[in-house]
Design a protein around this ligand. Structure first.
Ligand SMILES: [Fe+2]
Length: 371
């Protein structure tokens, strides 16, 4: 018998090569004064920002632009965007970028309409007033943020990543064009693609998984494993399309299941050693799966092993340029203790999605084995 299935998706999704110009005018349904929120250069450099700006002008839609989101954004980024949005009277936020731009836009959408420090809103449904509507145009193939309820932000006060989680920050519309991913550097195709794979796998193993999310997990894992090496070596549209779709499906999954301890482990690697979010997850993935197999998750891992072996993840990482060992990144034995402490903190939320929790000593062991 099937377990209870809950599935909620309020986002209008348009997916396909060349869909941006015809879809953009729809943002007028959500507001009259959009603020484009993007990173520090890549959308401008790739020509996407000019293309979108030109399309909006041609349709007589006036807009404002904020081009300053950091690659690993903190609470400061969110407050800056909220301030700019309030100053220009924006009533819609259009996020162009990877998880960073989209998450900052979602958090800023909350801050514009709710007074008080951002820390007040970390956690589940912690704000009162309806946030500004967000439209998302992802330029990476990994975060799934274009359809998720999460804004994950570095909080310097607690030195970890914190999450604003609410169905009300799920973007109203997501426009996904795989052609946009063509200009993404190959290390980011690799890192963001593996981030999406981790979302699909972690969601599969979450205690909140249900029959429907597992269908999307399997489909996502299949699409990503089938295409990631080819996409990194030859970024052709068919491979990028598979990665972007795999990332979207993995977003459907984590929107309901959350992630498990792999993301929590990787947060410290990003904050302390500046390792890209998806790359850090990809490095942790095979070690974490081996740990779970020996700690009360044997049945679930065996089910996953019908699709891929744990060893094959090492092989894929090697082929797409992701390190196998932390030593390759200059991380040393003494760092294992600090990373373990950060992992315990970073996993606060994810332990709620797991059958077990992992102690600091066990994290030290895992990180030591990764050296
Ligand atoms: Fe992620």
């Amino acid at each position: 018998m099937l377990n209870t299935i809950r599935f909620f998706l309020p986002t209008k999704i348009v997916f396909g090569e060349g869909v941006i110009p015809d879809s953009l005018p729809d943002i007028a349904h959500y507001g009259k004064i959009p603020l484009i929120v993007t990173g520090k250069g890549s959308a401008r450099k790739s020509g996407l920002l000019d293309f979108i700006a030109g399309t909006l002008k041609n349709r007589n839609i006036s807009y404002h632009t904020y081009e300053g989101v950091s690659p690993e954004p903190s609470t400061d980024d969110c407050m800056k965007v909220a301030r700019v949005a309030a100053e220009c009277g924006a009533d819609t936020l259009v996020a162009i970028g990877g998880g960073s731009a989209m998450d900052v836009a979602k958090a800023a959408a909350v801050l514009v309409r709710n007074q008080g420090p951002i820390q007040t809103y970390f956690g589940e449904e912690k704000f009162q007033n309806e946030p500004l509507p967000v439209i998302a145009i992802p330029t990476t193939c990994g975060s799934g943020s274009e359809i998720t309820r999460y804004a994950v932000i570095i909080d310097r006060q607690s030195n970890t990543k914190k999450t604003i989680s609410s169905e009300r920050i799920i973007p109203k519309m997501a426009i996904l064009d795989p052609a946009v991913i063509r200009t993404l550097p190959r290390n980011l195709i690799a890192g963001t693609g593996m981030d999406a794979l981790c979302h699909a796998v972690e969601g599969f193993l979450s205690t909140k998984a249900n029959h429907l999310t597992r269908i999307f997990s399997r489909e996502s894992v299949g699409l990503i494993l089938d295409s990631i090496e080819k996409a990194v070596q030859h970024p052709r549209i068919e491979y990028l399309s598979n990665l972007l779709l795999g990332s979207l499906y993995a977003g459907f999954v984590i929107n309901h299941t959350g992630t498990i301890f792999i993301h929590g482990m990787a947060y410290g690697m990003t904050i302390r050693h500046q390792i890209h979010h998806g790359t850090a997850n990809a490095i942790c993935l095979p070690y974490a799966l081996a740990f779970l197999k020996a700690h009360n998750y044997e049945e679930e891992i065996l089910e996953l092993e019908r699709i891929f072996s744990i060893d094959s993840i090492f092989e894929i990482n090697r082929k797409i340029g992701i390190p196998i060992h932390l030593g390759e990144l200059g991380i040393k034995q003494e760092d294992a203790h600090i990373l373990a402490e950060m992992a315990v903190k970073g996993c606060e939320r994810s332990f709620k999605n797991m059958k077990i929790s992992v102690s600091k000593e066990e994290f030290v062991e895992i990180f030591s084995s990764m050296l």
